[in-house]
Design a protein around this ligand. Structure first.
Ligand SMILES: Cc1cc2nc3c(=O)[nH]c(=O)nc-3n(C[C@H](O)[C@H](O)[C@H](O)COP(=O)(O)OP(=O)(O)OC[C@H]3O[C@@H](n4cnc5c(N)ncnc54)[C@H](O)[C@@H]3O)c2cc1C
Length: 172
């Protein structure tokens, strides 16, 4: 790789297609790869899963992987689930609503995408799904991920795993 940043297309590891995603997180990693190559080393950029986070006032918004129409365009058969949960254990002060939408491939259960909206702590939860996408995990495997739990941080079932549980019943 000799070019990177907003001027290049990247391989989406979920769809297998190249697409243009203009993000600083990609540009920085591509800079590492280009710098290594310019310095005489040999490095390549593996691709992305399409993770992005944002915040509007107090609302955090996050996505990773494919949305429905992107999964359709990639020719994938999918099922979706939407769940409502909270950012902390329900009884813990400051618990705020969180909505998680998740897509998985029909038949295999492979995770295809996740979107999260909520208050503080919602956006970076999408990183669980980003890692799962990169590793090619199924929603069945996600249900048993050993994620951290204590009441100030999460319900005992993390909202991402609640969504995965709901999808397990639909994809098979
Ligand atoms: C408002 C805003 C918010 C963003 N927030 C996020 C975020 O939260 N998270 C995220 O991941 N990404 C974010 N991005 C996207 C991110 O900033 C870009 O994807 C990233 O900076 C692209 O890096 P780059 O090196 O390709 O281009 P740039 O960072 O644009 O760097 C290009 C450089 O080339 C210089 N240049 C242009 N023409 C010439 C020339 N002819 N000769 C010499 N130099 C030249 C420019 O001055 C500039 O310094 C945001 C972008 C914007 C605009």
């Amino acid at each position: 790789m000799w070019a990177g940043g907003d001027c290049v297309e990247v391989l989406n590891l979920v769809s297998g297609r190249y697409q243009h995603i203009a993000l600083g997180t990609h540009a920085n990693k591509q800079g590492l790869v280009m710098g290594t190559n310019i310095g005489g080393g040999k490095a390549s950029f593996p691709g992305v899963v399409g993770t992005a986070v944002s915040k509007v006032c107090s609302v955090e918004i996050a996505r990773t992987g494919l949305r429905e129409r992107e999964a359709d365009a990639a020719g994938l058969a999918w099922e979706a689930a939407v769940i409502e949960s909270t950012s902390r254990a329900g009884y813990y002060p400051g618990a705020a609503p969180m909505t998680v939408k998740m897509l998985a491939e029909r038949g295999t259960g492979r995770l295809l995408g996740t979107q999260i909206v909520g208050a503080e702590g919602a956006a970076k939860r999408v990183d669980i799904a980003a890692v799962a996408l990169t590793a090619g995990l199924t929603v069945d495997q996600m249900v048993f991920l050993d994620l951290g739990y204590a009441p100030p941080f999460s319900p005992v079932w993390d909202p991402v795993q609640v969504a995965a549980r709901k999808l397990v019943g639909r994809v098979h």
